[in-house]
Design a protein around this ligand. Structure first.
Ligand SMILES: Nc1ncnc2c1ncn2[C@@H]1O[C@H](COP(=O)(O)OP(=O)(O)OP(=O)(O)O)[C@@H](O)[C@H]1O
Ligand SMILES: [Mg+2]
Length: 343
């Protein structure tokens, strides 16, 4: 990966492949994903439903049910440790205090029969070895920090007594309780209304700076991406098809797939404020049971060349592009589109 920084990556993923055993054979969900994430970097991962975003994230956390999941190749190096060969105990510790996570549905992550105070203090006691009193004080601070009003008394409430946005804030409080170096948010604001979503994104931006965390933010929402990403990674059929600095991806996309996603934006220059969903691109994603030999996007790509159908393009530095702007494509998008639709 071309990163000119002299810093050591916080996370290094190399050639990660994951498949699921099913009645119809193997579903090839993640296919040769490699990238680096630097400390304090915010990486947004976008792509259509089924492109392997969540499976890739769950692999980092070793939260996939194995079986039916099987990690068939790869290395995941995080903060000096190899995760794919790590012990259960190491992964348990790491999920407590190395990597925080927030998912789409907080109700399924929070325990409905325990007060939220109990749930936060348990994490602090277990992973930070705090005693009950210290954990309680810290839990109130955390709730206050994620802007739960009247935290000192609300700490005794149960999950159902909070709104959806508040529950997501509570999940964030739990995720950051032990000062993780990486926060993974998978569709964390998808179920929320626009205002609440904007507030939560603002909160995560502040926390990222305060705590010097790296963030992996998985979303369908390009408006969110424009607002928070340093780097954008576009996935298709379990692989990275384009990756680069956020401005490069928005202003100078090189993959026809990225171009298709961006083409739907009402006004790219105003994307910071807009709530913009990925549009439907004509055609269907490939059958992950039997991936084609060539570029999996070729059948849907109006710019595909013969080579696209025969040979899979590697992810490599895009021509005349910013360093670290990588694309997997045999065609040169600039020549075929003249950027008319995103200019
Ligand atoms: N337990 C499972 N058994 C079989 N296939 C699975 C399983 N979990 C995920 N898959 C398949 O793996 C592929 C990638 O799924 P993944 O959840 O990573 O997609 P995604 O990009 O997160 O999509 P979305 O945007 O809808 O969340 C999909 O084809 C999915 O059907
Ligand atoms: Mg997902």
């Amino acid at each position: 990966m071309t990163d000119t920084s002299t810093q050591t990556p916080l996370l290094q993923i190399r050639d990660l492949s994951v498949r699921f055993r099913t009645d119809r054979g193997h579903v090839h969900a993640v296919n040769g994903v490699s990238y680096d994430l630097m400390p304090n970097e915010t990486l947004c991962i976008v792509g259509e439903s089924g492109s392997g975003k969540s499976v890739h994230a769950l692999s980092i956390l070793r939260l996939l049910p194995e079986p039916p999941a099987e990690i068939t190749s790869g290395r995941i190096h995080f903060d000096g440790r190899e995760l794919l060969t790590a012990s259960r105990q190491t992964m348990f510790d790491l999920r407590g205090n190395g990597i925080g996570m927030v998912f789409q549905n907080p109700m399924s992550s929070l325990n409905p029969v325990l007060t939220i105070g109990r749930q936060i203090t348990e994490v602090l006691r277990r992973h930070m070895k705090m005693d009950g009193r210290a954990a309680h004080v810290r839990a109130v601070e955390l709730l206050d920090r994620v802007r739960i009003p009247d935290a000192a008394s609300r700490i005794h409430s149960y999950p159902h007594e909070f709104s959806g946005g508040q529950r997501q804030r509570i999940m964030i409080a739990i995720a950051i309780a032990c000062n993780p170096r990486l926060l993974i948010a998978d569709e964390a604001t998808t179920a929320l209304d626009v205002t609440t979503q904007a507030e939560i994104i603002q909160l995560v931006r502040e926390l990222k700076d305060e705590k010097s965390m790296a963030v992996i933010w998985i979303t369908h929402d390009l408006g969110v991406v424009a607002g928070i990403a340093d780097t954008v990674q576009v996935m298709y059929a379990g692989a990275i098809v384009e990756r680069g600095p956020v401005d490069a991806i928005f202003n100078d996309p090189r993959s026809a797939y990225t171009f298709g996603l961006l083409n739907s934006l009402p006004d790219v220059s105003d994307v910071h404020g807009a709530r913009t969903r990925l549009r439907q691109i004509d055609g269907m994603p490939p059958d992950l049971h039997a991936l084609p030999a060539g570029d999996p996007f070729a059948p849907r790509n109006p710019y595909a060349t013969e080579r696209c159908f025969l040979e899979r393009p590697p992810l490599r530095q895009a021509e005349d592009a910013e360093p670290g702007h990588l694309v997997a494509a045999w065609y040169d998008l600039r020549k075929v589109t003249r950027r008319e639709a995103v200019g």
